[in-house]
Structure formats: structure tokens, C-alpha cells
Design a protein. Sequence first.
Length: 197
Amino acid sequence: MGVNMPAKTVIFTDLDKFDGTTRRQVTGSEFIQMSGRAGRRGKDDCGRTITMMAKQLDDKELKSMMCGNSEPLNSSFQIGYNTILKMMKQEGYDPELIIRKSFLQHQRESSIPSIKKKIKEIDKSISELKISPKIIQRLEIEEQLNKLRNRKYEIIHNLKILLPVLIEGRVVKIISSDTNPIEMNAMIISIKSHKKT
């Protein structure tokens, strides 16, 4: 109901609710949140929750709703340019401090240890990998081939090497699946004109 106060007893008259679009069953986190109001701090030893069954439900559905884990709480904090400008107008506001104290920043900082642990586990598994000498040799050969291919393309595209060879009257074979005959002729003409100039 949205009443922010503890109660001695919480009663569910129905396990279906209207979420603004359709009627659906109450999720586990909603059930935990609402039933968690039962029991007044300092007054009651325990809180009671009464659930009225308006319709027959499956055992699995009830178990997942009442005993399931709550949905993860993730921050949707976003700060835009307008917010920063408004903060800068007011004296005493520090946008960086607000970001550092936000729940999003807290979530990111709290996830650092688990990320570091995963990195250590990955590094350990990588160090324990045994690679065959044949695979290492093949990788080295492939690396050398790539270097030679790159060197070949550097030589091909070097004008100082190309221009003395591309003389008028010499047949030029252009190997390209994307080049049509018109473009080939244009390239040969441009070679001639470039040589004359």
C-alpha cells in the first residue's frame, strides 16, 4: 500500500496486484518487502504475516515467492550536464563529492575485491596452461608471415619504388576483385599522366 510504517501483522488479501498495465502475481522481492513490515521494533518479539488464498497456486510458485531471493538492487543514478550546472550555481555543492557518495559509486567500489579475485583466478589458470611446442612454433611462424605480408604491402605502396618501374608502355596487371575495367583504365591513365608530370 506504500505506508511507510511498521505493523504488528501484515495481511495479504490477494497475491495478485495491478502494476499499472496488467494484473500479475506479486514477486518474491515485493512479498519480502511488504511482509517485512510485520513486527514493531522494540515492541514485538516477532511479526505475523497472513496470506489469504484467493485462488489456487502451484507449490513451486508459492515457494519461489515466499522463500526466493529478492531481486538485486542496482543503482540507476545518472548525472547530466544540466544537473552539474545547477549544482555549480549553488554555493557549497560539489558534483564530484555527490558522485563519490552515490550508491552507484558504492556498488562499483564494493565490486572491486571480487573483480580482483576473478583476475587472480584467470591469471592462475593461464599460468597453469601447458601449450605444446608445436603450437608455439606455429604461432611464431604465423607472426613472421604477418610481418612479411605487412612489409610486402609497404613496398607495394611505396611510390619511390613504384614510379621507376611504372613506365609508359609497360603492361600493368591489377589484381582486385572490387576493381572493374573502367577503374583499371583510369588507374593506368593516371599512371601515365603522373609519369609525364
